[in-house]
Design a protein around this ligand. Sequence first.
Ligand code: PGA
Length: 249
Amino acid sequence: MRTPLVMGNWKLNGTKESVEALVKGLVEPANAASSVQVAVCAPVIFLGQVEQLTAGSKLAYGAQDADIHTSGAFTGENSPVMLKEFGCTYSLVGHSERREYHNESDEVVAGKFKAIQEYGLVPVLCIGESLEQNEAGETQAVVERQLKAVVDLCGIDAFNNAVIAYEPIWAIGTGKSATAEQAQAVHAGIRQWLAAQSADVAAKVQILYGGSVKAATAKELFSQPDIDGGLVGGASLIVDEFAGIIAAA
Ligand code: PGA
């Protein structure tokens, strides 16, 4: 059985004050959810604060991106080694906002995935199609292409220690979640594609759904056989909403 994982993605949000209130509010629901893994992906500047506030709790945390390099002349970047030193368990990689606003190709994303894993973090590979691709019936082809770039570089066994987040771009931040049936169909397709290479990996890997997940919609989404939790943006900034999503898992 796969353990459900509920992960918040704060994106470019937070102040010292709001981070303190949010993390303090989430420690108890995370500790109480004995059969659910809970994590938040914070802006790197808050990671030291999150490390202190989560000490001794079950609330895990991570970054939203990491550089391919470990150190050197790469102004503005953060390396997986640094993230590890700050106690991160996870790092997102290939979020659609990185792919779109920072021109991250499938190959760059695969390189980052490799570096994140190599330095002891669990990569959370974000994949998903645009509205146009969805309407053109290209969803499965898009997610396969995004997965294949990682498998080509790292091998299928890399997914023994990674998480996949399926996030249709048209559902992110729009308030328009995929229906549970729509999401389940894509998740099943992702698992089948992985199973063709390793049944064992496919059976074990957590595949999260992301895109306008709310406490009110989480239960139906998470009750689908191939949806193993959620990657949550907007609703992860509100203690009661995120706690409701944890409870649904
Ligand atoms: P959203 O964002 O929940 O605000 O739609 C999800 C994400 O981008 O990870």
